[in-house]
Design a protein around this ligand. Structure first.
Ligand SMILES: [Zn+2]
Length: 106
């Protein structure tokens, strides 16, 4: 039994944290790696508008989201919210578009 206070408390905390670290390692969890290839998407032009809300996309460079379809058509959005709205309802936002497959998005 320890009667010294702080050093023993520190040791107990260290020993208590070891099983958690071992558990994470056993689950194969490790820090995420950013080794995916870089996606090159076209920058929005000054007159490009979001197909969902009509806002000028280039005014929000930090929030731009883009779908690059396999036929080379790029659709850009002023934010992720409208990006997902569009993907969730293609019948509404792109009713005349031919069937496409997305090549890249980001
Ligand atoms: Zn929008």
């Amino acid at each position: 039994m320890c009667h010294h206070g702080s050093p023993c408390a520190h040791r107990r905390r260290l020993l208590a944290s070891l099983p958690a670290a071992a558990l994470l390692a056993g689950l194969g969890l490790s820090p995420a790696r950013a080794d995916a290839p870089k996606v090159e998407l076209p920058a929005p032009g000054p007159r490009d508008t979001c197909p969902v809300c009509g806002m000028f996309v280039a005014q929000y460079p930090e929030w731009v989201a883009t779908i690059l379809w396999d036929d080379g058509i790029a659709v850009q959005f002023d934010g992720a919210k409208d990006f997902f709205k569009y993907l969730d309802n293609l019948d509404k936002y792109a009713p005349d578009a031919p069937p496409r497959r997305s090549r890249e998005w980001g």
